[in-house]
Design a binder for this molecule. Structure first.
Ligand code: SF4
Length: 403
């Protein structure tokens, strides 16, 4: 498919790979050329386009409402405006908003005539080796949402490939058979994400996965191979953390210029341009963000080569401010229990999401040993970090802002 400047995304990616584009993004680039025909918006576009989720046969909107928030239980503008725009897929979890997400979705379900009118995905965390914990977790989600089924149940934020051992796959089959959930899968964004994705492609029994994916990962060879393997197996793929957020002043280092999209919209368009990705979830906690995201989803205009290049320049320029959670690389190089990846994630909530209270709460929930920086030498950890993060300095900022 031709872009508005007459080039195809495949052409751009090929050019970038050959030239290196000065971006340090060696390795395979996505095989995507253009959005699948089924994602083409209706004419005139009034509702967010839909795409089939893996092999489920179900068409879901390409933009999903991230529900890590407490909604207004009388009348919530975000929920209702999303629904009217065709974003009729709620992505929630037992732990979101300290349990308030589930509770405050319930009145909305009544207001729209019942839960059958929306797709509900929920998630539950569990301890390793605890199949009954996940099973109880599904019941807890159903009870809190006051429904007798979910459309999709995720094991939440998996980071241990053991959770894809046969007993868990069997558990998923049982959940589907019981009709408590129509589909089953997991979410992941931690240091073992690629390992998990590869295992999921091998073991089967997983309908869909929500995982970290953004413009900043186009050159990640291993991730791209895993995505290709999952696509081949018909696993539904939902992108999360599409913004690869960095502090605002850093994001402005590359002055993104476009006559069609702002930076946040362009980042979403970049993910949607990858034909392997079925949908992207976005945490939309105000009506401006919702409108911008919906406008981007409705727009038939694709990113130009110049816009892709600007995003890739941004990825390179801000890599040292964007921790990807690969804690197995840096944390073995510090003594004690200091949790670098968690601390930097909470710092991101503070600097980039504007969620100061949440950031402080989560940071202070870590044990003193996990958040200490006193007497810790981060030199070797920083040398190991593939993103070039000045870990000592960023950890100091985390403590100064969040402790
Ligand atoms: S600091 Fe670097 S190595 Fe450590 S988790 Fe973040 S990106 Fe990975």
């Amino acid at each position: 498919m031709k872009k508005k400047d007459g080039t195809s995304r495949r052409q751009f990616l090929k050019t970038a790979a050959v030239s290196g584009a000065g971006l340090g993004m060696a390795g395979a680039l996505p095989t995507a050329a253009a959005p699948a025909a089924e994602t083409a918006p209706p004419t005139p576009a009034t509702k967010v386009p839909r795409k089939t989720l893996g092999s489920t046969g179900e068409k879901i909107p390409i933009l999903l409402l991230g529900c890590a928030q407490r909604f207004d239980d009388k009348y919530d503008k975000i929920l209702h405006r999303s629904y009217k725009a065709g974003v009729d897929y709620l992505d929630t979890a037992h732990v979101y908003a300290d349990g308030w997400s589930h509770k405050t979705i319930v009145p909305f379900l009544e207001q729209i005539g019942g839960r059958k009118n929306v797709w509900i995905t929920s998630k539950f965390p569990a301890k390793p080796g605890d199949v009954p914990g996940f099973e109880k977790g599904l019941d807890t989600c159903l009870s809190e949402l006051q429904t007798d089924y979910l459309d999709l149940f995720f094991m939440h934020a998996l980071n241990d490939p053991k959770h894809l051992d046969p007993e868990y796959i069997k558990m998923g089959e049982g959940m589907r058979k019981s009709k408590k959930t129509r589909f089953f899968g997991f979410s992941c964004h931690g240091d073992r994400m690629v390992e998990l994705l590869n295992k999921a492609a091998k073991v089967g029994g997983i309908d869909a996965i929500m995982f970290r994916y953004s413009f900043a990962q186009y050159g990640d060879l291993e991730l791209n191979k895993a995505i290709d393997a999952l696509k081949k197996q018909g696993v539904g793929l939902i992108a999360m953390k599409t913004q690869d957020s960095v502090p605002k002043d850093q994001a402005e280092v590359v002055q993104f210029k476009s006559k069609d999209f702002n930076l946040a919209q362009a980042k979403l368009k970049a993910v949607w341009a990858d034909e392997r990705i079925d949908s992207a979830v976005s945490h939309m906690d105000n009506t401006t963000k919702l409108k911008e995201n919906v406008d981007a989803a409705l727009s038939p205009i694709q990113l130009s080569m110049n816009e892709f290049q600007q995003l890739q320049r941004l990825a390179t320029a801000t890599a040292a401010y964007s921790c990807h959670g690969c804690s197995q690389i840096c944390e073995p190089h510090v003594p004690g229990e200091t949790k670098i990846a968690d601390a930097l994630r909470f710092l991101m909530y503070h600097e980039s999401y504007g969620e100061q209270d949440k950031a402080r709460t989560l940071f202070n929930r870590m044990t003193p040993a996990e958040r200490t920086i006193e007497g810790v030498d981060f030199t070797r950890a920083a040398a190991a970090c593939p993103r070039g993060i000045d870990i000592a300095s960023r950890m100091r900022q985390a403590v100064d802002r969040l402790a």
